[in-house]
Design a protein around this ligand. Structure first.
Ligand code: HEC
Ligand code: HEC
Ligand code: HEC
Ligand code: HEC
Ligand code: HEC
Length: 453
C-alpha cells in the first residue's frame, strides 16, 4: 500500500510546486510583459518626473551606444563558458523589464524581437513595482507589478498618505533606502565572483553611511535632490525640492527628482538632452578639490592633493575599469619654458603611457591585465579615492636654475578612453568630452634667504 501511495504523493508535490511557481514573483515562471505599464502612461499624470527621467541613463540603459558597443565587443571570440555567461548577462540590468519577462534572456538575443516597452530601460513601473531585493548585487529586485493599464496594481513609494484614481499606492520603506539602488549598483562577475562595480559597498563602508538616521546620507539624498543649478553633492547644500508629485497632487515639502545624473556628460546629449550633460558637469565640478603643497620646492619636489569631498563613494565609481579620472600637471619657469608636463592627451585624445589614472584594472588570475571584463578573475589595481579621503601625489623638478615657477594642476574626467570608443564604434568621429573637475595654480618665487621660505 505504502509503495503505491509514494508516486501519488510525488505527483501531488510536483503539482503543488508547479502551482507555487506559477504565481508571479516566484522564480521559475516569469512575469509577463503586458503586466508592465509604459512610462508614457505614468507621464500623463507625473509630467515633471517623467521629463526628468526621460533620457536619463536609466531610460537610455538599453539604447546607450557606449554600452551596446562594449557589450557586442566583449562577446567576440570568447571560448570559456564562464566568460561567455558573464558577457551574456548584461541585459539583466540594462534591459530589465525584458529580461524578467523572458526576453531577451541574454545579450546576444535578437534585439529586433525585444518588446518595445523593454527598450525604455530602467523605468517607472519597474522600480515602483519593487517590494525588496533578494541579494545586494546583480539586480536582485523582487517585483510585484499589476496587470497592465486596466488593473495597474500598487505603485510603491515614499508617501504614507498618497491617493491616486489610477493605481493603488503604498508606502515602501525599501524605496527610501540605498538598498534599492545598491542591488544594481554592485556588479559581480556571474562565474568568478570578482567585484566589477562596487558603488553601494563603497558608500556603505564610507562616512555617508551611519546607523544614526539623522546622519546618514543616502544615494537618494544626493542623486534625487539634484536639479539644474543644484548639483546636490557632499560639498554643496542639498536643499529640498517642494512641489507636487502628480500634476493635480497635493503640495509636498520634497519631491525626489528623477534626473539620475551621475558623471555621464556625453550619452544624454547624443539623444538630444544637453541639459543632462550639463548637470553631469555640475556634479563633477562639485566632487573634488585640488591643492598644491610646495614647502619642499627648493628641495626639488611638490605635492598635489586631491580631496574627494563631494562623492558618496569612491572617486570615480561604477564602471571604473573604463572611466578615466586623471591629473594634468604643468610647471613653467619665468621664461615660459616647460619644466614638467604630465597628463596631457595626445592629438588623438589618447592618454600617454604612464599617465596617473585613478581607476581599476582587472587581471586574468595570473597577474596579467585584461581589458575584457568577462575575463576578470582578480583585481590588480584600485587606486580610486574613498569618500572624504584624499590622495597625495609627489612631483619632482630636476632643474635647479629657475627664478620663479608657475605650477598648474587640473583634475580631469572622461567616461571612457577615446581609444576604446574608436575601437568599439569603429570610427573616429565621436569625441568624448573631457570635463575639468577641479583646477588650481600657484606661483612660487625663488627665495634668496633660507629663513624667508
Ligand atoms: C531607479 C528606480 C526608479 C525609477 C526608474 C523611477 N523611480 Fe520614482 N522613485 C524612486 C525612488 C527610490 C523614490 C523615492 C525616494 C525616497 O523616498 O528616498 C521615487 C519617488 C517617486 C514618486 C514620489 C514623489 C517623489 O518624486 O518624491 C513618484 C510619484 C514617482 N517616483 C514616480 C515615478 C515615475 C512616474 C517614473 C518614470 C517616469 C519613476 N518614478 C521612475 C525610484 C525610481
Ligand atoms: C491618472 C493619473 C496617474 C497616473 C496615470 C499614474 N499616477 Fe501615480 N499617482 C497619481 C497621483 C494623483 C498620486 C498621488 C500623489 C501624492 O500623493 O502626492 C500618485 C502617486 C504615485 C506614487 C507615490 C506612491 C506612494 O505611496 O508614495 C508613485 C510611486 C506613483 N504614483 C507611480 C506611478 C507609476 C509608476 C505610474 C505608471 C505606471 C503612475 N504612477 C501613473 C496619479 C497617477
Ligand atoms: C534595475 C537596476 C538599477 C536600479 C534599481 C538602479 N540603477 Fe542606477 N543605473 C543602472 C544602470 C544599468 C545604469 C547605467 C546605464 C548606462 O550607462 O548605460 C545606471 C545609471 C545610473 C546613474 C548615471 C550614471 C552616470 O554615469 O551618469 C545614476 C546617477 C544612477 N544610476 C543612480 C541610481 C540611484 C540613485 C538608484 C536608486 C534610487 C538607482 N540608480 C537604481 C541600473 C540601476
Ligand atoms: C554625498 C553625495 C553622494 C552620495 C551619497 C552618492 N553619490 Fe553618487 N555621485 C556623487 C557625485 C558628486 C558624483 C560625480 C563624481 C563621480 O563620478 O563619482 C557621483 C557619481 C555617481 C555615479 C556615476 C559614476 C561614474 O563615473 O560613472 C553613479 C552611478 C552614482 N554616483 C551612484 C550612486 C549610488 C548608487 C549611491 C548610493 C549607494 C550614490 N551614488 C551615493 C555624489 C553622491
Ligand atoms: C548588476 C547590474 C549590471 C549588469 C549585470 C551590467 N551592468 Fe553595465 N552598468 C550598471 C550600472 C549600475 C552602470 C552605471 C555605472 C557607471 O555609470 O559607472 C553601468 C554602466 C555601464 C556602461 C557605461 C555606459 C556609458 O555610457 O558610459 C557600460 C559600457 C556597461 N555598463 C556595460 C555593461 C556590459 C557590457 C555588461 C555585461 C557584461 C553590463 N554592463 C552588465 C549595471 C550593470
Amino acid at each position: 500500500m505504502k509503495t503505491d501511495l509514494y508516486p501519488c504523493i510525488r505527483i501531488l508535490l510536483l503539482i503543488c510546486l508547479f502551482l507555487v511557481s506559477g504565481t508571479p514573483h516566484v522564480s521559475g515562471n516569469p512575469l509577463k510583459i503586458d503586466q508592465f505599464i509604459s512610462p508614457e502612461t505614468c507621464g500623463d499624470c507625473h509630467g515633471d518626473i517623467y521629463h526628468q527621467w526621460k533620457q536619463s541613463m536609466h531610460n537610455l540603459s538599453h539604447h546607450d551606444p557606449v554600452y551596446l558597443g562594449l557589450s557586442t565587443f566583449i562577446l567576440t571570440g570568447l571560448q570559456d563558458k564562464n566568460e561567455i555567461d558573464e558577457a551574456e548577462s548584461c541585459v539583466k540590468c540594462h534591459t530589465p523589464v525584458g529580461n524578467i519577462t523572458g526576453y531577451p534572456e541574454k545579450s546576444s538575443d535578437d534585439r529586433k524581437k525585444i518588446p518595445e516597452i523593454a527598450t525604455y530601460g530602467i523605468q517607472c513601473d519597474y522600480c515602483h513595482s519593487a517590494t525588496g531585493a533578494k541579494k545586494p548585487y546583480n539586480n536582485g529586485l523582487v517585483l510585484s507589478p499589476g496587470n497592465g493599464e486596466n488593473d495597474p496594481g500598487i505603485k510603491r513609494g515614499p508617501f504614507k498618505n498618497s491617493e491616486s484614481s489610477f493605481h493603488d499606492t503604498a508606502f515602501s520603506e525599501f524605496h527610501t533606502r540605498s538598498e534599492i539602488c545598491g542591488t544594481c549598483h554592485n556588479v559581480k562577475h556571474v562565474a568568478f565572483n570578482t567585484d566589477l562595480e562596487t558603488t553601494y559597498d563603497e558608500w556603505k563602508n564610507g562616512p555617508y553611511y551611519s546607523e544614526d538616521e539623522g546622519k546618514i546620507v543616502l544615494c537618494q539624498d544626493c542623486h534625487m535632490y539634484q536639479r539644474p543649478g543644484i548639483p546636490a553633492t557632499g560639498s554643496t547644500k542639498r536643499p529640498m525640492n517642494p512641489g507636487t508629485a502628480a500634476d493635480d497632487g497635493p503640495s509636498r515639502e520634497h519631491i525626489f527628482t528623477h534626473y539620475f545624473v551621475g558623471a555621464n556628460a556625453f550619452v544624454p546629449g547624443q539623444f538630444g538632452n544637453a541639459e543632462k550633460n550639463k548637470m553631469a558637469e555640475e556634479r563633477l565640478k562639485h566632487a573634488a578639490t585640488l591643492s598644491i603643497v610646495s614647502q619642499d620646492i627648493h628641495q626639488g619636489h611638490f605635492d598635489i592633493i586631491i580631496l574627494n569631498n563631494g562623492a558618496g563613494h569612491k572617486l570615480p565609481t561604477g564602471l571604473t575599469d573604463v572611466r578615466q579620472m586623471w591629473l594634468e600637471v604643468t610647471v613653467l619657469d619665468e621664461k615660459g619654458s616647460t619644466l614638467l608636463s604630465s597628463g596631457e592627451p595626445d592629438k588623438s585624445g589618447y592618454l600617454k603611457d604612464g599617465t596617473l589614472i585613478y581607476n581599476t584594472i582587472f587581471g586574468d588570475g595570473r597577474g596579467n591585465p585584461v581589458p575584457n571584463i568577462s575575463k576578470a578573475r582578480e583585481i590588480l589595481k584600485d587606486n580610486r579615492i574613498p569618500p572624504r579621503q584624499s590622495a597625495k601625489e609627489t612631483y619632482a623638478i630636476t632643474q635647479k636654475n629657475w627664478e620663479s615657477l608657475k605650477i598648474k594642476a587640473r583634475l580631469l574626467y572622461r567616461s571612457a578612453p577615446q581609444k576604446i570608443l574608436d575601437t568599439v564604434l569603429g570610427d573616429k568621429t565621436v569625441k568624448l568630452p573631457i570635463i575639468v573637475m577641479a583646477e588650481t595654480e600657484k606661483e612660487i618665487k625663488r627665495q634668496k634667504e633660507k629663513s624667508d621660505i
